[in-house]
Ligand binder design. Structure first.
Ligand code: NAD
Length: 358
């Protein structure tokens, strides 16, 4: 099979296999689209069972970044890098410097950042070889932890979805929150302050108790979160929370949370719609984090300091975009994730056409 016949190849502009003999680096950098600006997306380090699985991940994740960045209305395209290896045992400074050289070889068509298995300390090694790195601390353009911005966007999205689906504000609404890590904990605080009643779960008992103590949330075991009586289900842990097994158990009328890849498949998205639940598409509602990163890339590019006002304006726009998705889906009686995909594709196509015409 060639790359062009791969089921996840979606007109990617560049897919680069990287091998560095000295450090043993094996990586794939996928640039899906630069129509809206340089491709941006994190670098993941994962012990893939095969190079084909790594390629599949890079192709899917880079396309997803194009869609997310387009819906966040930021001047960035979509890309992603994957390093094949075990983040617990195979990291070296030289390996990340070699990765930085590969990123630099793309001449600014791809900006890298943190993702699963890759920390700011690793990125600092990559930074020695390239300036196209976001997510480092200690400089005027630095954007810091994206989680509070992500959580604020998700909070506004939950409030909006509740208004649309239930015709009420958050006061007295019950939210079942799965995962109270970085995003989930900030979201819990905001929801509690708005008068929502919380039912929370996490596999980490320490954070769970901390969040429950300050918000008055009721704690349930991880497996029970799908069965509780709630108005909203907010996935804020790992991907695939909504699947054929969990969907029939949900009592909520709204699914809105911060996690990536909430739907196990597109078919499940259709089943969510047919069951009459309102789903806030994950990559739209959680776009606050990438907006924050875009603020850093913008500042680095211009040699300026990070501008929180730019981020705040984009976050306002993000909630408007989510409303557009929900309204269009309601008017056309279609699943929200399909409408979001279509809007993202249209935005990318329009940028491409504009570039060609220029
Ligand atoms: P995190 O690791 O800080 O939090 C995830 C939490 O989920 C952890 O506390 C973990 O213990 C818990 N968890 C894991 N498995 C669980 C399970 N089966 N049941 C219950 N809890 C479980 O990560 P985060 O930064 O808060 O991100 C959460 C989600 O949001 C991820 O899907 C991430 O990709 C997505 N996201 C995060 C950001 C951001 O700015 N951090 C931006 C966009 C999307």
């Amino acid at each position: 099979m060639t790359l062009f016949d791969h089921p996840d190849f979606a007109g990617h502009e560049t897919v680069q296999a990287v091998f560095d003999e000295t450090t043993g680096l094996k990586a794939i950098i996928a640039v899906h689209s630069t129509a809206r600006g340089p491709a941006a997306g994190g670098c993941r380090m994962w012990p893939y069972a095969s190079a084909d699985l790594a390629l599949t991940d890079a192709l899917r994740l880079s396309r997803a970044m194009s869609f997310k960045n387009a819906m966040a209305d930021i001047p960035l395209g979509g890309g992603k890098a994957v390093i094949l290896g075990d983040a617990r045992s195979q990291k070296t400074p030289a390996l990340f410097e070699a990765f930085g050289r590969a990123v630099d070889g793309l001449g600014g068509r791809y900006w890298t950042a943190e993702d699963v298995g890759v920390s700011p300390a690793d990125l600092a090694h990559a930074r020695r070889a390239t300036c196209f790195v976001a997510g480092l601390d200690g400089h005027a353009a630095a954007s810091g932890d994206p989680s509070p911005v992500t959580a604020e966007g998700v909070f506004r999205g939950v409030r909006l979805a509740v208004r649309k689906a239930l015709g009420r504000d958050l006061d007295g609404v019950t939210v079942a929150l799965q995962g109270v890590g970085h995003v989930g904990a900030y979201l819990a605080d905001k929801l509690a302050a708005a008068g929502a009643k919380l039912i929370i779960t996490d596999v980490n008992a320490e954070t769970l108790n901390l969040v429950a103590d300050r918000t008055g949330a009721r704690i349930v075991a991880p497996a029970e979160i799908f069965d509780v009586e709630a108005d909203v289900f907010a996935p804020c842990a790992l991907g695939g929370a909504i699947n054929a097994q969990t969907l029939p158990r949900l009592k909520a009328k709204v699914i809105a949370g911060g996690a990536n890849n909430q739907l196990a498949s597109a078919d499940v998205g259709r089943a969510v719609f047919e069951a009459g639940l309102l789903y806030a598409p994950d990559y739209v509602i959680n776009g606050g984090g990438i907006i924050n990163v875009a603020g850093e890339i913008r500042a680095l590019d211009a040699g300026e300091a990070f501008d929180p006002a730019w981020v705040a304006a984009k976050l306002d726009r993000l909630t408007e975009t989510l409303e557009e998705v929900l309204d269009r889906a309601a008017a056309d009686r279609r699943p929200t994730h399909e409408v979001a995909d279509e809007m993202a594709q249209a935005r990318i196509a329009a940028a491409k056409a504009q570039k060609l015409a220029a």
